[in-house]
Design a protein around this ligand. Structure first.
Ligand SMILES: Nc1ncnc2c1ncn2[C@@H]1O[C@H](COP(=O)(O)OP(=O)(O)OP(=O)(O)O)[C@@H](O)[C@H]1O
Ligand SMILES: [Mg+2]
Length: 271
């Protein structure tokens, strides 16, 4: 913050109040004025001078937003106070409860809380897929299972891999191979490689039995596409409602023939 020009009188009032607070007599001041008039600049100058005088200053702010977290400015205050003051402990526990990540369906509405921001969004298949993945972090879950959890696991002997499906598999393999080469993130590259391996296994199985094509193919390919699409749809809709959550999920969720949620350590959910 650069130097404040003018504002001598309001500055003097606020500095006097902060000195009173330092001597143990707290109070409240309201700084009002039209947009852009310099409220934040004024208060920042007071904060700077109080800090210079040795005061512990914590700041809580509210921004215009459709879904403000409960007690937004107090969350910020308690969080900043925590390392400094033991008395803030109970406040921190309260804050921690609010901070929990939530991915829960109640009735037909999902409550999604992430990074201290909570939104409610209507049910969708993509959100159900994401919920299944979040419920099994680090596990490979097949797209076929997500598409149809009740279907028997083994595919019928008449599920053949037709030429068109094979061609699509090969195309996907090529695509994966070039992406693996270009992927700088080792974890993501490993995920792509796992998908590549799964595809190769399927192709190999299909080419078995004396060269006669058998099994898989359309079913798995359809599941891969359908689940990929509906997860992408859900994330696209989340972009508006909760950009931080959408970004987190995009980074941590991989979709393909198998799907997987790999969060950074420490990210947990109430599901
Ligand atoms: N007295 C001042 N001297 C120097 N710069 C100032 C002063 N008041 C405001 N500014 C500058 O003008 C711009 C707008 O001020 P500021 O952000 O403090 O306004 P605001 O009242 O907090 O606005 P909003 O209502 O949007 O929150 C900032 O770049 C700030 O640094
Ligand atoms: Mg302001």
């Amino acid at each position: 913050m650069g130097d404040l020009i003018g504002r001598d009188r309001p500055l003097a009032v606020l500095l006097a109040e902060s000195r009173k607070a330092l001597s143990g007599r707290g109070g409240a001041c309201f700084v009002t004025g039209e947009a852009g008039i310099g409220k934040t600049a004024l208060v920042s100058a007071v904060v700077g001078s109080a800090r210079a005088a040795g005061a512990a200053v914590v700041v809580g702010a509210c921004w215009e937003s459709e879904e403000a977290p409960d007690c937004w400015p107090w969350l910020q205050v308690v969080r900043e106070l925590r390392p400094q003051h033991r008395f803030a402990q109970s406040g921190f526990e309260f804050y921690a409860a609010l901070r929990d990540n939530v991915f829960r369906l109640v009735g037909e509405v999902w409550t999604l809380t992430f990074a201290e921001r909570s939104v409610q969004v209507p049910d969708s298949k993509g959100l159900r897929d994401l919920h299944a993945l979040l419920s099994n972090p680090g596990a490979d879950i097949s797209a076929s299972w997500l598409l149809n959890p009740d279907a028997p696991k083994a595919l019928g002997a008449d599920d053949v891999l037709d030429d068109e499906a094979k061609a699509r598999y090969r195309q996907r393999l090529d695509e994966l191979e070039s992406r693996i080469d270009e992927e700088p993130d080792a974890r993501k590259a490993a995920r792509l490689d796992a998908e590549r391996q799964a595809l190769l296994d399927e192709l190999r199985a299909a080419a078995g039995l004396g060269g006669r094509t058998r099994r898989l193919g359309d079913t798995a390919e359809r599941a891969r596409k359908a689940v990929g699409n509906r997860v992408r749809d859900a994330l696209r809709r989340l972009d508006d409602r909760h950009p931080a959550l959408a970004a987190h999920l995009r980074g941590a969720v991989a979709t393909g023939s198998t799907c997987r949620y790999d969060p950074a350590p420490g990210v947990t959910w109430r599901l």
